[in-house]
Design a protein around this ligand. Sequence first.
Ligand code: HEM
Ligand SMILES: *[C@@H]1O[C@H](CO)[C@@H](O)[C@H](O)[C@H]1NC(C)=O
Length: 328
Amino acid sequence: MAIKSRHCCTSFIFLLLPLLLQFYSAESDLQLNYYAHSCPNAEEIIKQQVIKLYNKHGNTAVSWVRNLFHDCVVKSCDASLLLETVSGIESEQKSDRSFGMRNFKYVKTIKDALEAECPMTVSCADIVSLSARDGIVLLGGPRIEMKTGRKDSKGSYLSEVKSSIPNHNDSIQSVLSRFQSIGIDTQGTVALLGAHSVGRVHCVNLVHRLYPTVDPTLDPDYAEYLKGRCPSPDPDPEAVLYSRNDRETPMILDNMYYKNLLKHKGLLMIDQELTSDPTTSTFVEKMAADNGYFHDQFARAVVLLSENNPLTGDEGEIRKDCRFVNSD
Ligand code: HEM
Ligand SMILES: *[C@@H]1O[C@H](CO)[C@@H](O)[C@H](O)[C@H]1NC(C)=O
């Protein structure tokens, strides 16, 4: 009798187990409109704040796009990038790779608006992803549907930044394999670099292409222009000396970037390298010829980037202030 009932229960659990597991994992995955019940206006609040900030400081939208890359490519999309240096935490923002990053203070504006409506509900990691998504639209890029439900890290990964984020002069093959390792293919990588259609590059990242001799892959007239922007071979890193990424449409996420590359007007070495490698140059040509194709590939790759290895379910936490882990 006892044996029989144990048998019944074991098989019952075996029948139920896959169902339970499925439930559990579905719960811990990212999903569309994750905040539908807990904070129904969350996505709208973020969008409105991103628009308001853009109207005051247009380059905030540019920063949200770069933040997505620098956060997601280091371990996970977990807002580790946003942590400031305090005891026990060394900010990723201190890395050389984060050079030129700006507007972090305005993340607080977005988070404060969310805290006012739904305290301790919306993660900073989802703010990083959704602000990039909404910034992209304001910059004339594609509309992108994004899942939510990311949790925030309880630490930063400064020591992993250098191995995770390529340098401006790395080889194209090493950049491709870096993106490949997080599931982004060659086309997607070429499209993501199209983010360099907006924003700026400081002279410290350019002068090695200008002095003592001009990089032969750089258009000579463009090199003269850049020398005007960056007159010293040894610029003061504190000085605000820079060139815009794209002189024609500097605040529009469009395929002008690829057209410029074909005219040898790529700013960073890694930008110009996209045209010299046969595995990437065919995609550069396709994107230069077709803005819609660029936008489709960019949207697809941004989703892949934004879903890199997120913390979900019981992992991580929801920070109250994106700059610090919760004290609790
Ligand atoms: C191989 C990969 C990449 C390298 C080596 C790289 C490197 C750089 C460098 C050196 C700058 C200029 C910083 C300065 O001097 O102020 C920059 C700017 C920027 N990058 Fe990248 N980047 C890469 C990929 C990406 C990706 C995938 C995105 C986004 C999807 C992105 C978004 C941006 C944006 C928006 C800016 C302009 C920032 C501003 O004006 O504030 N980058 N990047
Ligand atoms: C790449 O640039 C850095 C400075 O950002 C420099 O120290 C390094 O030597 C350069 N590497 C190559 C391979 O040119």
